[in-house]
Design a protein around this ligand. Structure first.
Ligand code: ADP
Length: 638
């Protein structure tokens, strides 16, 4: 038996390995299965080019637990290692690799994120094992099978293995006392499903019983006509944990819509809703990347953190935190990205500055924009139907990625309260005659809630104006941006002022009241409602328009909304109280009645009742005020 000491400069590397990234101990299994996969693929390749005589029909990797012996074993049918290879790759290369890795990252272990996802390799076994054995037989015909043992000190033994007949490698982990969780079947299954679900070599974990496909149970009728069916025969088969050929590794032309749908289920077994559409990513220059992204249904929910995009490297799961790799706005999507070109041993801040990663991110953005445009062009009606479920991603993208903003001009939609969908250009064209004000500004009217702003919407419609329905949480930011890009365009919510002020035309109405009358009217109303916080605005409007209208100035409200949804807006505004104006229409007959009222009591009653009606139509009348209003109204109808 050969004994030796692994040549390390760090006194004892194993305690370090153990301590390192404690929470990531579980990755040892992924590392060992990755090695087994590499070895298997290597042998396949060698035999395909005639450099190896060993040919295994359908090689697999087996993971076995022996709870009693406290062993976990990973067995592959790959290239195996000769004595020299064990000495070189395990004692030297692997060790120095692990050592180098630790040297480099032990101080930055706190910078979690992507560090620790990769790089430790074979020696990560010592995070969970007190002793590791390798029994291996090279595919080279004359090579002896070898047996390597190491108990966690730098000493190892290497001798000929007695009972190893088949080509391949078996790694035996003697699980340490503090890691016995890795002897639990459920825990190992969980890890295999997390990291190895789509690895390219089948992974066997135990066996399972299935119905024997060759057996069709017979049904027999007895003399009374009663039917009995014989029991279905079962057979025992390997329990293969993974799908070695996931959809993203195939060509789009080889896949049907149903394949994409079923792959979505495979990725997210707990998702019951179908995705709206998918985007198949496939590049090999200037970087390698494949993947499938799905647009799930998204309503107002901005923080969808559960089923996220998964990042793979050659079919090995790395992480579901794709920050820095996928632009922020696309992190709301689901699916997989697989790329060997994403550096993983580095911190996120480095990742964001990395040129290759930047290219990947802008490629993904471009692909998504192209797909949206083609969906829009090919079937606009279907695209419009999906709009409300995807708009938040698109609006967020338009706000955060200038390139995407540009592209989105062609497919971003602006729906009206009556469900007509315009692009921005179409909208401008449609409204330019009626909704251009005297200063040549195009005023785009919108509502955020069809029910709550009903009376305001109706008033605008009566004038022939279009009213958009813009109700996503970040739309205030988007309006701000669109106004910035289009000097002559301004957005106004239907209740931001009365309509004649929102779209000012030359022919203003002439007031029935003299200036003195206006002054005294204002004074009288102020006197009655002085504690309620309204700014009174006396206006000559249509006699058809309501006598009192409560409005909420656009600027302040929008700034406040913007600040509430993060970024932009004006600092400190989210805590400001709402600001309301009370617009009084001097041309309405009721106003003349208020002025003409003989007693203060009657005046007060008319003003309060009108104010309550205005509040009611803005959804502001609540609680005690509402109760009093109802009582008062009943008294009046009596
Ligand atoms: P890496 O896989 O990154 O090269 P590892 O430390 O995981 O680093 O492994 C070191 C080397 O040991 C591998 O490159 C390979 O040559 C050899 N090796 C490890 N596991 C196996 C295996 N199951 N079969 C054959 N060779 C292996």
């Amino acid at each position: 038996m050969a004994k030796g000491t692994i040549n390390v400069s760090v006194d004892n590397i194993f305690p370090l390995i153990k301590k390192f990234l404690y929470s990531d101990h579980e990755i040892f299994l992924r590392e060992l299965i990755s090695n087994a996969t590499d070895a298997t693929l290597k042998l396949k390749h060698l035999s395909s080019i005639g450099e190896s005589k060993t040919e295994i029909d359908e090689p697999k990797i087996e993971v076995k637990i022996d709870k009693e012996a406290k062993q976990l074993r990973i067995i592959d049918q790959g290239v195996g290692m000769t004595k020299e290879e064990v000495e070189k790759y395990i004692n030297e290369v692997a060790f120095s690799g692990a050592e180098e890795f630790l040297e480099k990252y032990k101080d930055s272990a706190k910078d979690t994120g992507i560090i620790g996802h990769f790089g430790l390799g074979f020696y990560s076994a010592f995070m969970v094992a007190e002793k590791v054995e390798i029994i291996t037989k090279s595919h080279i015909p004359e090579a002896d099978a070898m047996h390597w043992t190491c108990d966690g000190s730098p000493e190892f033994t290497l001798e000929k293995a007695k009972n190893k007949k088949d080509v391949g490698t078996e790694i035996i982990l003697h699980i340490a006392e503090d890691s016995t969780e890795f002897l639990e079947e459920n825990r190992i299954r969980e890890l295999l499903l997390k990291y190895n679900k789509f690895m390219p070599v089948p992974i066997k974990f135990g066996t399972k019983e299935i119905n024997d496909p060759a057996h069709k149970p017979k049904t027999i009728k007895d003399k009374d006509g009663k039917e009995t069916t014989e029991p279905q025969k079962k057979i025992t088969v390997d329990n293969i944990i993974n799908n070695p050929n996931p959809a993203w590794t195939k060509q789009p032309s080889d896949l049907e819509e149903a394949d994409y749908q079923s792959f979505y289920r495979e990725l997210y077994p707990m998702q019951f809703e179908d995705p709206l559409f998918h985007i198949h990513l496939n590049v090999d220059y200037p970087f390698n990347l494949t993947g499938i992204l799905y647009f799930p249904k998204m309503t107002k929910n901005l923080d969808i953190q559960k089923d996220r995009i998964q990042l793979y490297q050659n079919q090995v799961f790395v992480t579901d935190n794709v920050e820095g790799i996928v632009p922020d706005f696309l992190q709301m999507l689901r699916g997989v990205i697989d790329s060997p070109d994403i550096p993983l041993n580095v911190s996120r801040s480095y990742l964001q500055a990395d040129g290759a990663v930047k290219k990947i991110s802008s490629y993904i953005t471009k692909k998504v924009a192209d797909k949206l445009l083609s969906l829009f062009k090919n079937d606009r009606a279907a695209f419009e139907k999906k709009w409300n479920d995807i708009k938040i991603v698109i609006e967020y993208g338009m706000l955060s990625e200038p390139k995407f903003f540009e592209k989105a001009q062609k497919f971003a939609l602006y729906p009206t309260v009556t469900d007509v969908f315009f692009t921005f250009e179409e909208l401008k064209e449609k409204i330019k005659d009626l909704q251009t004000d005297k200063d040549d500004k195009l005023v785009i009217l919108y509502a955020s809630d069809k029910e709550a702003q009903h009376s305001y919407i109706e008033a605008a419609k009566a004038k022939g104006y279009e009213v958009l329905l813009l109700d996503s949480p970040i739309v205030a930011h988007l309006m701000q941006k669109l106004e910035g890009e289009n000097e002559k365009v301004t957005f106004a919510r239907v209740d931001a002022d009365h309509l004649d002020n929102l779209i000012k035309k030359e022919d203003t109405h002439i007031s029935k009241l003299t200036d003195e009358e206006k002054e005294s009217l204002k004074g009288e109303i102020e006197e009655v409602i002085k504690d309620k916080g309204y700014t009174i605005q006396i206006e000559a409007m249509d006699s058809e328009a309501s006598p009192f209208i409560i409005t909420e100035p656009e600027f302040m409200r929008r700034m406040k909304e913007m600040q509430q949804t993060g970024g932009g807006g004006m600092f400190g505004m989210s805590n400001m109280p709402d600001m309301f104006n009370l617009v009084v229409n001097t041309n309405h007959p009721l106003i003349s009645e208020i002025l003409a009222a003989k007693t203060a009591k009657k005046k007060e009653r008319l003003i309060n009742q009108s104010l309550d009606l205005a509040k009611l139509s803005k959804g502001l009348l609540k609680g005690e005020e509402l109760t009093n209003f109802i009582k008062r109204s009943y008294a009046m109808v009596k």
